[in-house]
Design a protein around this ligand. Structure first.
Ligand code: G3P
Length: 288
């Protein structure tokens, strides 16, 4: 059962509806799910097919992704399901938009994931104008989050998520949780239309600290949510302290949220390598 003091929405980060079903049974609730090309490439049905040496055609892989999110959506009809567009570093805004518009018709509760790159933000800006709900993924900096805020100004609260990836910052010695704390602090100066979705959650303390900070949403992998369930859905106390170990502090910076999207520097090498990896995993499923 959902803890009464839990204000954060809890999403599963995964591409296997079997895990979704199991976790709903185990936790007693789930508020949504995030998917991405890498997670779809790990789906057990996709793996079986690949192990038989049968790759997908482009049409088949989109049909497969659609079937997966439809099944997840039927398990959480009032939740939010994030579906990610194909985006390698050379994908244009127009191509992302075309895919995103189509994906948005797949299920009634979709958020479309665009990368927090220049082209991705431009696509999200247009998508929001057309009434799509969006999730800006591969966000690694406070400035990228400020750009998400600017690109989507005027959107309804709940229609826009920004997903800072904390584990990948930790991986290179920077304290990813600082980015969450900094973005939440920065957004207190705004109108609240962008929800912070803590992503790339790798360990139990990431989950506890994101809950402590009041992240609007947390997406976590199956294993971690199962651990949380085993621990009785424990919540951090008022005196909770996150141990950052040797990770380097990422300092808070002042950004004026009223600027235009184009005025922010959204370049980040991890966004580029993230797009490269997502697109490579997707392409590995397709017959050439
Ligand atoms: O939600 C984002 C997530 O799937 C990425 O996680 O562990 O690959 O950095 P990770």
């Amino acid at each position: 059962m959902r803890p009464t003091n839990l204000k954060t929405a809890i999403f599963l980060d995964g591409g296997d509806p079997g895990e979704t079903r199991e976790l709903i049974g185990l936790l007693g609730f789930l508020d949504g799910q995030t998917t991405n090309p890498t997670l779809i490439s790990k789906n057990p049905e996709a793996r079986k097919r690949l192990d038989r040496g049968e790759k997908f055609t482009e049409e088949e892989i989109y049909r497969f992704y659609k079937d997966v999110v439809r099944e997840i959506s039927s398990l959480m009809p009032s939740g939010s399901i994030s579906i990610e567009v194909y985006a390698d570093p050379s994908t244009t805004t127009g191509q992302m938009l075309k895919t995103g518009r189509d994906m948005f018709t797949w299920i009634p509760n979709a958020h479309i994931k665009f990368p927090s790159s220049k082209e991705g933000l431009k696509a999200a800006e247009q998508a929001v104008k057309e009434g799509l709900r969006v999730n800006l993924t591969l966000c690694f900096s406070q400035e990228q989050a400020a750009a998400v805020y600017a690109a989507t100004s005027g959107a309804k609260r709940g229609d826009v998520f920004v997903s800072p990836f904390i584990g990948r910052l930790d991986d290179r010695g920077e304290n990813g949780m600082d980015v969450i704390a900094n973005i939440i602090k920065m957004f207190r100066e705004g109108d609240g239309h962008v929800l912070v979705l803590t992503a790339s959650v790798r360990k139990f303390d990431h989950l506890m600290f994101a809950l402590y900070l009041g992240s609007d949403i947390i997406t976590a992998p199956y294993g971690l949510l199962k651990e949380w369930g085993r621990k009785g859905l424990s919540m951090p106390g008022k005196d909770y302290v996150y141990d950052r170990g040797n990770l380097k502090v990422i300092p808070y910076r002042d950004f004026d949220l009223r600027k235009n999207r184009q005025e922010y520097d959204v370049g980040h090498d991890l966004t580029v390598t993230g797009m490269e990896k997502f697109s490579a995993d997707w392409n590995s499923l397709i017959k050439k």
